[in-house]
Design a protein around this ligand. Structure first.
Ligand SMILES: [Zn+2]
Length: 275
């Protein structure tokens, strides 16, 4: 069985603050080891449930976080950016299952460091009228290829979000959100066990998903008007409000890739002080 693990960082065991996840800082250097341990717990659970080809796709920031020499040797690692399918690079029609480790809630929602792709340029993102977290859009992309989500780890609110797009998955709530940068954290020794057993359970319930039919319409509310102008350089991306754009694609793959470009342009037009 082939399993792809997409590993983000805000939902990793013990992570609560931007200082824990900002590449190059001492806090990040500490928590990337915990991130690797969360990933390894999932690898172990999947291996016990029969997976033999396990690929980890590093999905946070510069996508260069998982500590290579601490990785479980039963997995391989996609490290670095950019890549065509971003957080779900490596998911193909021959993938049997996908897992989301260290995930978080959507832009504008409560949850530890909630955001969708970019930490500060989006107030809110909707996909076909639904609040759109990274988990939701990545799950729809995987479903288009016939691949189910079998495991999600993160805070308790991320798990609530995951229940709507992956009801059969194994869930590993590693902390309870108190506020956006505050959590009640379970000790790592225990979260590794929680993740491992959720991985094992989720993979043993493996069931092909029913792909959602297109079209896929993204509606995006930016924090500032200048980001709208930048995003409308993309053909098909329309301004629908002072701070809002909308676009529609027939396939989720196109919609996901377009969202990546909107984010890149939005970020390049952002000012460090004025936004
Ligand atoms: Zn993320």
């Amino acid at each position: 069985m082939n399993v792809l693990i997409s590993a983000d960082m805000e939902g990793i065991s013990g992570v609560t603050s931007p200082a824990d996840v900002h590449p190059g800082t001492p806090g990040w250097d500490h928590f990337r080891k915990i991130m690797t341990a969360d990933v390894n717990a999932a690898v172990e659970g999947f291996y016990e449930a029969g997976a033999r080809n396990i690929v980890v796709n590093d999905s946070h920031a510069n996508m260069h976080n998982v500590v290579y020499d601490l990785l479980d040797p039963r997995a391989t690692l996609i490290s670095g950016r950019h890549k065509k399918h971003c957080m779900v690079e490596g998911v193909t029609k021959s993938t049997d299952a996908v897992a989301f480790i260290g995930y978080h809630t959507a832009a504008g929602q409560q949850g530890i460091m909630s955001h969708t792709y970019s930490g500060d340029i989006y107030n809110a993102v909707w996909l076909n009228g639904e609040v759109c977290s990274e988990g939701y859009m990545n799950a729809l992309f995987a479903a288009e290829l016939g691949v189910p989500v079998v495991l999600v780890s993160g805070d308790d609110l991320t798990i609530e979000d995951a229940k709507r797009y992956a009801p059969d998955a194994g869930f590993a709530a590693v902390k309870r959100c108190v506020d956006r940068f505050t959590a009640e954290c379970i000790a790592p020794e225990k979260t590794f066990e929680i993740i491992k057993s959720a991985a094992r359970d989720g993979l043993s319930r493996l069931r092909k998903p029913e792909p959602l039919k297109g079209p896929f319409t993204f509606r995006i509310e930016f924090a500032a008007a200048n980001q709208v102008i930048a995003a409308t350089h993309i053909p098909g991306v329309q301004q629908t409000g002072t701070r809002e754009v909308t676009y529609t694609c027939e396939k989720m793959e196109q919609a996901l890739r377009c969202f990546e470009v909107v984010t890149i342009l939005g970020n390049t037009s952002r000012d460090a002080i004025y936004g």
